[in-house]
Design a protein around this ligand. Structure first.
Ligand code: HEM
Length: 453
């Protein structure tokens, strides 16, 4: 019989606390609803494990990195819970929503598709695609960088997945569908009731239409590929050929469809938001921008970058890491205790909800001194070595850790380098960053003035 893991370093004494400010009946729901980022960031000051009241239920936020790691490294006991059963109805039985043996099986089959050498091949055209977009920019023009990065990312995602298979109009259509589907999935997974989404409201009809159309676009691409045997060297070709290393099993078309839709949902907005935050931060911090420009100019000397250039762009890597720290797209997540379990010295009853938040970790002054300051130098040498284990968590940890992390970091670095080689972006007068915590942490509208370098 499997034993229940004990939480780390049992000898150490954990600080157990309770979040202040619970209101009658609702507890902390209003705080979490109205000002989620501020509320979450305030909790580590109250303990390593902090009790939060969600209506009549008692939940806990794991605020200490070691407790978060313990949760993520023990997925059998700290289960993904009911939210993920619901997400499964929407995303199919793909990597992000499967569990246990099924998840292990899928991950072993799919992981090689994200090997570094494969990523180098998928991303050969990222800089060229970025050039195509920025060559259409005009000096003095104002563009919403969030929207621009979203559109660019969809183009890049289409290229990574399907190489040259999708035309411009279909890419734009897929982008609109993806946005509706992502928002719909979020609303449906957090909604307590399952009936509202079945009503024939305009919003539900738009979701159903977008979902059907997105899946159709991907299904057409799969059918097209099945008709010829050519290997296009993209993610779709790799998935269609992937074999389990022990059993030799392959994914059938329905499984490939679910995985590809999941990659689009999990990978597009997260990466696009990261880029929007990076460009906004560079635009407001001239000393950071100058260092990025100097690095790009000396490493590339006007060449279009490929992934092999990234080791020569360490400052850009640090800028991206620091943006992911300050504004982690995956800002809060949860698990559910599958049985009575000990955590931080406290016994947590089965079915208790356990929250963890990359945003709360990343804004904790005990883990990151002066946490509100954007400081890419944190990720250099000695200073980087002093960051406590598990304190930086943009891609999660354990068996469900983001499978697309290297791909996302490669794409973002290539896009930042390509844009920064030619353009300087300044926040438009009066614009202000207002991060929007939705399914992912979005940058919101960010109008920026384009200046040619
Ligand atoms: C900056 C960009 C990205 C961020 C911040 C991000 C973040 C995350 C996080 C935090 C998780 C773990 C969720 C959990 O433990 O429940 C995750 C999982 C996942 N991500 Fe990403 N992600 C990004 C880009 C991508 C890309 C580009 C892809 C694919 C092309 C992708 C595909 C996935 C998949 C399939 C999972 C589920 C993995 C599993 O459960 O085994 N992500 N991501």
């Amino acid at each position: 019989m499997p034993t229940t893991p004990r939480s780390p370093s049992v000898e150490r004494s954990w600080r157990i606390g309770a979040a202040p400010g619970a209101v009658p009946l609702l507890g902390h729901i209003p705080a979490l609803w109205r000002r989620p980022l501020e509320f979450l960031a305030s909790l580590p000051a109250h303990g390593d494990l902090v009790e939060v009241r969600l209506g009549p239920s008692r939940a806990y936020l794991a605020a200490h990195p070691e407790l978060v790691r313990h949760i993520l490294l023990n997925p059998r006991v700290f289960d993904k819970g009911g939210i993920f059963d619901k997400a499964r109805q929407l995303l199919g039985n793909s990597l992000s929503v499967s569990r246990g043996e099924e998840h292990r099986f899928q991950r072993r089959l799919i992981q090689p598709a994200f090997h570094t050498t494969k990523i180098a091949a998928y991303t050969t055209a990222v800089a060229a695609d970025t050039r195509t977009v920025i060559d259409g920019w005009r000096a003095g023009e104002i563009r919403d960088i969030s929207d621009t990065m979203h559109a660019l990312l969809m183009r890049v995602a289409a290229r990574t997945l399907f190489s040259t298979g999708l035309d411009e109009d279909t890419i734009e259509e897929a982008r609109q569908c993806l946005r509706t589907v992502s928002q719909g999935i979020y609303r449906r997974t957090v909604a307590p009731l399952g009936v509202l989404e079945k009503l024939p409201t305009p919003g539900n009809r738009a979701y159903d239409h977008a979902n059907t159309r997105l899946r159709q676009i991907v299904a057409d691409m799969i059918a097209l590929r099945r008709r010829s045997d050519a290997n296009h060297g993209d993610l779709l070709s790799t998935l269609l050929r992937a074999e389990h290393p022990e059993t030799g099993e392959k994914l059938d078309d329905a499984q490939v469809l679910d995985q590809v839709v999941t990659f689009l949902v999990a990978g597009s907005e997260t990466t696009a938001s990261t880029l929007a935050f990076v460009f906004h931060l560079m635009g407001t911090l001239p000393e950071v921008e100058q260092q990025v420009h100097a690095e790009v100019d000396s490493a590339l000397e006007g060449r279009t970058p490929v992934s092999a250039d990234l080791p020569a762009l360490p400052y850009i890597r640090n800028v991206i890491t620091e943006a992911l720290r300050l504004y982690p797209p995956s800002w809060m997540a949860m698990r559910v205790a599958a049985e009575d379990v000990e955590l931080g010295g406290r016994t947590i009853p089965a079915r208790t909800m356990i929250l963890y938040s990359a945003y709360a970790l990343h804004h904790n002054p005990e883990l990151f001194p002066d946490p509100e300051t954007f400081d890419p130098g944190r990720w250099e040498g000695e200073r980087a070595a002093r960051v406590p284990r598990g304190a930086l968590l943009p891609f999660g940890a354990g068996s469900h850790k983001c499978i697309g992390d290297v791909l996302a970091l490669t794409e973002t670095a290539l896009i930042v380098a390509t844009v920064a080689a030619r353009w300087r972006l300044r926040p438009a007068p009066g614009s202000r960053l207002r991060p929007e915590p939705k399914a992912t942490l979005e940058a919101g509208p960010l109008p920026m003035v384009l200046e040619r370098r």
